[in-house]
Design a protein around this ligand. Structure first.
Ligand SMILES: NC(=O)c1ccc[n+]([C@@H]2O[C@H](COP(=O)([O-])OP(=O)(O)OC[C@H]3O[C@@H](n4cnc5c(N)ncnc54)[C@H](OP(=O)(O)O)[C@@H]3O)[C@@H](O)[C@H]2O)c1
Length: 259
């Protein structure tokens, strides 16, 4: 872990740090001694997650209750990222949700919120975080995207494709300043994501499921290596290659079978 010249250790800020992939990032990073800032809406769960991490690892854990679909919530996270007295050396843009209904059947506001939480907010947070990282000459940004970003599949895959594209560009742009930007692209992963959508996942074959610990371990390894894109597991690496080489209409037909 790096420290500022003033000796204040840099923290890792994780949006959606209380469940699923975000909670796993928190566990693995705390086990390596990183101090954390956890962002999510549910205050009781934030407090409980922080207490557990502190007890298990002894690291400092701050909590920031914020709804990233509300302007005041985003402003609070931006203010925390801009606080140079307690610098954030790594930003993990992870919070997100899916939509159960298809594009034309979703209320417009749901579609706009989806784009907001998966694209507008992560880019806004990256914009603030990168200022301090440039001054310090180091930093990591991890954008949790999805393999869905390689397939044509509604606004969710559009949003994830945008974050893959952004990460590829930003990783090239800021590499010479010591900053890495990595899109982590999981496939189906056991978290609360599908439960929250009230989705029946029984039709998804067992081999397509990943465990969060593997996604996070590979993502952290690839971010440390300065990769722009991290695709966990050999099977999803192969599927991503197929998605980029097969005709888009065929990929779209295959992808439309799952969620
Ligand atoms: N699971 C998968 O199969 C899968 C596959 C590919 C990509 N992903 C991506 O992985 C990321 C994490 O998803 P997950 O599967 O770990 O989901 P999850 O288990 O449902 O966890 C979501 C986390 O985000 C927080 N969150 C949700 N909405 C928020 C909001 N408006 N403001 C602030 N925090 C919010 C939740 O806490 P609160 O409810 O307390 O706010 C929770 O901590 C997402 O970007 C998702 O698109 C997931």
């Amino acid at each position: 872990m790096t420290a500022t010249p003033a000796g204040m250790p840099e923290s890792v800020l994780i949006t959606g740090g209380t469940a699923g992939l975000g909670a796993e990032f928190a566990r693995q990073l705390a086990a390596r001694g990183a101090n954390l800032v956890l962002v999510a809406r549910n205050e009781a769960r934030l407090a409980e997650s922080a207490a557990r991490l502190r007890a298990d690892t002894g690291v400092r854990v701050e909590t920031l209750a914020a709804d990233l679909l509300q302007d005041d919530g985003v402003v609070r996270v931006i203010d925390r990222l801009a606080d140079e007295s307690a610098p954030v050396g790594t930003l993990i843009n992870n919070a997100g949700h899916g939509l159960r209904a298809g594009f034309a059947d979703s209320p417009l506001q749901d579609e706009l919120d989806l784009l907001r939480i998966h694209v507008t907010v992560p880019i806004a947070l990256a914009h603030t975080a990168v200022q301090g990282m440039r001054r310090r000459g180091r930093g990591h940004i991890i954008n949790v995207a999805s393999v869905a970003g390689f397939t044509p599949r509604g606004s969710y895959s559009t949003a994830k494709a945008a974050m893959i594209h952004f990460s590829r560009w930003a990783n090239l742009q800021y590499r010479s300043e010591g900053i890495t930007v990595t899109a982590v692209c999981p496939g189906y992963t056991h978290t609360e994501f599908h439960q929250r959508m009230h989705l029946d996942t029984r039709q998804i074959p067992g081999w397509m499921w990943l465990d969060a610990d593997v996604v996070v371990r590979d993502g952290l390894r690839d971010a440390a290596a300065g990769k722009a894109v991290s695709i966990p597991s050999a099977r999803y690496k192969a599927l991503a290659v197929l998605a980029r080489t097969l005709p888009p209409a065929l990929v779209g037909r295959i992808a439309s079978r799952g969620r």
